[in-house]
Design a protein around this ligand. Sequence first.
Ligand code: GAL
Length: 425
Amino acid sequence: MYTNLSVFVAFVLLHGPPAQGFLQKRLDNGLAKTPPMGWNSYNHYSCQPNQSIIRSNAKALADFGLADLGYHYVTTDCGWTTPDRTADGALTWNTTLFPDGFPATGQYIHSLGLGFGVYSDAGVQMCATPSNSNQTGSLYHEMTDADTFSSWGADLLKYDNCYSSADHGYPDADYAPTSSPENRYETMKAALNDTGRPILYQICEWGLDFPSAWAPPLGNTWRITNDIIPAWRTIYRMINQAVPSASYAGPDHWPDLDMLEVGNDVFTLPEEQTHFSLWAIMKSPLVIGAALNDTVMTINPDSLAVLSNKDAISYNQDNLGVSANITRRWSEAGLDTWSGPLSGNRTVVAFVNWNNNTVQATLDLPDVGLQSAGYVKDVWNNYTAYGVQTSYENSIPAHGTLLLELGDTKPSGYYTVDKCGRREG
Ligand code: GAL
């Protein structure tokens, strides 16, 4: 594999040792052994964060028991900075929005036992709404900015892709760039490494140039799609886009399906369960994008229960670290099965009803590689069936999902002798 020792040593110094079990080199830095979990300001607050919003949501993560369930990083997305750098060339915060200082917000987050996430951009400006608000980006300033983030105690960097295409005059978004984003993301990766501070690195370049092919050695996570939007159609668009990337998931390197819309009052409860089930079993980062608590509102209890579901979270955080993928689509019936292995010889299945009405649906166990299951835990229905042979049936509400954990299983095609005809004499 390596032509000589010096090439191997150079590779190890640059990337860390190759992760075991993969032919392609993949990140193995111990910062995201399981998919990262946390909260991010963008889906609810767009590019208008402020210190009160960030603090009250961070506190809610702790107060609502979400931190104890694994939600750890609190990330302020776009809108925190200014059009200009300081006299010595550093990024700085908007003092109107963060009057006590951005680092003080980080200290507050740390005081809650949570991780401090920061946001920048591999372009000359950051993404911002409105797009002409001109917040300076990190392109050509990577080492300076990595040092700044490190000095502020940052634990995570989400690194975006606006205003990055030099060949096209740095437009806001360039979906047909003339060169791969890879080099720009690699430069920031090297800068983060040079700080010596462990900073979880989230690559956000909207899935351009199939990042699953090049991002696993660079990022702990990489976005595989353009942004999630607050509309049901976004869920099936994104989950279908996730299919070619599923096999690239593994400890320390996870395809990112984008932040959650659970709790933003755009989906029905069954839709939120579908969204959360699929993101969980596809091993996406689970990043809450709702307002948990601020001066205006508190998240509704049903959505909080979805985000707090211990079974779904345990499938996401399972130490086997293998993503589910689609195993069968009934196009006419409007049903899918998505399934994958869990530790302890278990299987997880999301049986999804894309129809606009409730259906009575039968999961054929061979469609997920099984003949029988000692038990089937039907998570959202809070019900467990025992001794399940060949199939499992239940009703699924419109746009809902049966999230199933199957244990004590036998592979498909397996029949015990006493269940088969026996020839005698
Ligand atoms: C997009 C990114 C979103 C959010 C937004 C901020 O490029 O994909 O997650 O960060 O920018 O404007």
